[in-house]
Write a protein that binds this ligand. Structure first.
Ligand code: S3P
Length: 468
């Protein structure tokens, strides 16, 4: 779809990409030990803000992720008239404006590095009465957006991307959105959620089926806000557009499994380690890495399993254990889609080969994660064969004294920092500032439990990597 008739002026710098560049030094860590909690779930924090904004009444969100991604969503909702207070760290009070209460923003809405913010908000904004523009940073501005533009267009929305199918997204308000059926070509919780959020303003029921079930937080949360939404035995999800959303009052966000993942791998690979990670969300559509690590021989016990905020949470106890390479079942890929950088680190230190296939989606995440992790492993002297949809990794001993590049990808930076713990001498990891998008305080927490990791500031702008 051409964006020609939908062009809206962007403020200077709206495409993002400039900011302080942060390098890390990592290596030869001590045994990992202690009892930790990691920050709140990123996916749930975004959704809690968005639905609370559209509800009638006030919602208190506890365990909110204080990350750049989720703060970007909060700032965008505030720019459309939603009052959001932060009475304490990791707490938000959202005064909902109702399904029809958002106001036209005065300028483009900057999603920063967050694909979840951009894709979900595209759905939410598609049915509003006003025009809007969603922008993002350098990385987000290269990520595929046709996957949301096309099904939203089928619903009658007018959403335009660039000719390359990327952000900025220009959204023309005042359209009448139609209900109907969608068979989604990609297993993407973001695409599914965009359609569900658009469906809140549709003229009839919206139904969709995914090629593989993905995280169902939007469905659960819509239900908690009083929306009639069902998933049948054949995987069809049906949403009945509601007259209004009723605030559930309080949402408890569990700790993010994706953030816990780096510590699961670190404690597994560093000899002598023993670590407890408390109250981690164990939604089965998120825990593929746990299954893969157990298949590799990891010693991880799941204790104190309970329900919190409608999700299963548990404490994870992990002890060092020698890991063996595995073939990751392709059917498990969507359940661990964010955990492949961590898995690459585990595989690099495991005995034998780990084979990954059916994971081409990794190439369109915050970076091309197959290429970035493969480059890092190669520099560390670990044998890796890159495939279009995965890799074959032969475990070994990483070398020290080298420089790695995280390519501004938060999860690659954290995975490389974990892998570096096995190097005999420190390594430098470049471009790590984006770790603040999902895991502020990672360096401090990692160092507190025994990882050898420290930040170092460099004087380059983040946008430099475009020009190099
Ligand atoms: C997310 C869904 C996943 C995941 C991302 C967060 C979400 O993306 O990779 O980090 O919150 O819905 P896709 O839906 O594109 O697979």
């Amino acid at each position: 779809m051409s964006g020609a008739d939908l062009e809206i002026d962007l403020p200077a710098g709206a495409a993002g990409g400039a900011g302080p560049r942060m390098d890390w030094r990592a290596g030869a860590g001590r045994a990992v030990s202690g009892r930790i909690t990691v920050p709140g779930d990123k996916s749930i924090s975004h959704r809690a803000l968005m639905l609370a904004a559209l509800a009638d009444g006030e919602t208190r969100i506890e365990g909110f992720l204080e990350g750049e991604d989720t703060r970007a969503t909060a700032a965008i909702l505030a720019a459309m008239g939603v009052a959001i207070q932060a009475p304490a760290d990791a707490v938000r009070l959202v005064r909902g404006v109702g399904l029809h209460g958002l106001r036209a923003p005065a300028q483009a809405l900057d999603c920063g590095n967050s694909g979840t913010a951009m894709r979900l908000l595209a759905g939410l904004l598609a049915g509003q009465d006003f025009d809007s523009v969603l922008t993002g940073d350098v990385s987000l501005s290269t990520r595929p957006m046709r996957r949301v533009v096309e099904p939203l267009t089928t619903m009658g929305a007018r959403v335009a991307a660039t000719p390359a199918g990327t952000a900025p997204l220009s959204i023309r308000g005042g359209q009448c959105l139609r209900g109907g059926d969608h068979v989604l070509p990609v297993a993407s919780a973001q695409v599914k959620s965009a359609l569900l959020l658009a469906g809140l303003r549709a003229d009839g029921p919206v139904r969709m089926r995914e090629p593989h079930a993905t995280r169902d937080y939007t469905e659960s949360m819509l239900r908690a806000f009083g929306v009639d939404i069902e998933t049948d035995a054949s995987g069809w999800i049906s949403l009945q557009p509601p007259a209004r959303l009723l605030s559930p009052g309080r949402i408890e966000v569990p700790a993010d499994f994706s953030s816990a993942a780096f510590f699961l791998v670190a404690a597994s690979v560093v000899p002598g380690s023993e670590l407890a990670i408390e109250c981690v969300g164990l939604n089965p559509r998120r825990t593929g890495l746990l299954d893969s690590l157990l298949d590799m021989g990891a010693d991880i016990a799941i204790g104190n399993r309970r329900e919190a905020g409608g999700e299963t949470v548990a404490d994870l106890h992990v002890r060092h254990a020698p890991l063996l390479g595995i073939d990751v079942p392709p059917a498990r890929v969507p359940d661990m889609i964010d955990e492949f950088p961590a898995l690459f680190a585990a595989a690099a230190l495991a005995e034998g080969e780990t084979r990954i296939a059916g994971a081409a989606e990794l190439r369109v995440k915050e970076s091309d994660r197959i290429a970035v992790m493969a480059a890092g492993l190669r520099v560390l002297g670990i044998a890796i064969e890159e495939r279009p949809d995965g890799a074959v990794i032969r475990g070994g001993r990483p070398r020290g004294g080298v420089r790695l590049d995280s390519a501004g990808d938060h999860r690659c930076a954290m995975a490389l920092a974990v892998l570096a713990q096995a190097a005999p001498a420190p390594v430098t990891i470049g471009d790590c500032a984006n770790v603040a998008t999902s895991f502020p305080g990672f360096v401090e927490l990692a160092a507190a439990v025994g990882l050898e990791l420290a930040p170092g500031q460099s004087f380059h702008a983040r946008g430099d990597r475009l020009r190099r």
